[in-house]
Ligand binder design. Structure first.
Ligand code: HEC
Ligand code: HEC
Length: 242
């Protein structure tokens, strides 16, 4: 067993016995977790953590495991933390969840109508309805705070998710297909088009492969301040599939 797996297991087994040091946990969080989860756990590249229930860390043991081992492939493990540090940062994460949920000004029911009238469902799925290549939004309210949602609607290109790439390919026959990269290796690329259809291409067969870095097919939306408040309240209310 490698050294870091061992130290992680020791950390987990010891969770129940060591008292956390909350200020130390806060420091570790701000230096090692905030990059992805936000300074106060409001989310960013990673999900928000200022929630009473974390799906992948429902109890202290699983939270310790997530911190030590990470979550493949997007969250790295913090193998360098010792037991006390893991326990302290876990306690700090729990304290973030004790903060009352954000109060947003809009009205979610009106926001649902804005969502429909703007055609968001042409690119996003909510609870099984909708289609297209945008990310599913069924539980977006558990992952993103109000400020992030606002920015995602007004200036989508400024918030592209890690690894997101919009591409345009031209085949030998001259057909152009635009879509989001799903997979790529040295020889092949697979993309998902606007209708949610998958296409696979051998790179050698393509006339052109353009990577539209920093671009997104999601348009910037303009709407009244009241509509935006309502739409954000609606998205924030989407808490999962159940
Ligand atoms: C490089 C970015 C990154 C760093 C650094 C990072 N995380 Fe994460 N974290 C993520 C991502 C992305 C996810 C979502 C992974 C998934 O669900 O597949 C995640 C998930 C989590 C979850 C589970 C949330 C849930 O909803 O169940 C917890 C808890 C967590 N991280 C805590 C931490 C802590 C504490 C640290 C610092 C010790 C940390 N993370 C460092 C990116 C990161
Ligand atoms: C033409 C397709 C398209 C339309 C229409 C569209 N989106 Fe998107 N949306 C995307 C794509 C692709 C992404 C992922 C890349 C990005 O962030 O721009 C995205 C990202 C998002 C995100 C960020 C998700 C996250 O995890 O951070 C939110 C929120 C969102 N869209 C909401 C909306 C809302 C609300 C509308 C309607 C007002 C809408 N979208 C209309 C394609 C679309």
């Amino acid at each position: 067993m490698s050294k870091w797996i061992l130290s992680g297991l020791v950390a987990i087994n010891a969770i129940a016995q060591v008292a956390p040091d909350l200020p130390a946990g806060k420091k570790i969080f701000e230096s090692q977790c905030a990059l992805c989860h936000g300074q106060t756990g409001t989310g960013g590249r990673g999900p928000s953590l200022n929630r009473p229930k974390l799906a992948k860390a429902p109890d202290d043991e699983s939270l310790g495991k997530v911190i030590s081992f990470g979550i493949e492939p997007e969250m790295p493990g913090s193998w360098q933390l010792n037991t006390r540090e893991v326990i302290s940062v876990a306690a700090y994460v729990r304290s973030l969840g004790a903060i009352p949920p954000e109060v947003l000004p809009g009205d979610a029911a009106r926001g649902e109508r804005v969502y429909q009238s703007k055609g968001c469902g042409g690119c996003h799925v909510v609870a099984g309805k909708g289609e297209g290549y945008g990310p599913e939004l069924s539980d977006i309210g558990t992952r993103r705070n109000g400020a992030h949602l606002r920015q995602a609607i007004l200036k989508p290109a400024t918030l592209l998710p890690e690894g997101f790439l919009y591409v345009a390919v031209v085949t030998q026959a001259g057909a152009t297909v635009r879509g989001i990269r799903v997979n790529e290796d040295s020889f092949n690329i697979q993309i998902k088009d606007a209708r949610g259809q998958f296409h696979s291409f051998g790179k050698a067969e393509l006339k052109e492969l353009r990577k539209l870095r920093g671009e997104t097919p999601m348009p910037s939306f303009e709407m009244s301040a009241a509509e935006l408040d309502d739409l954000v309240a609606y998205l924030a209310s989407l808490k999962g599939k159940s």
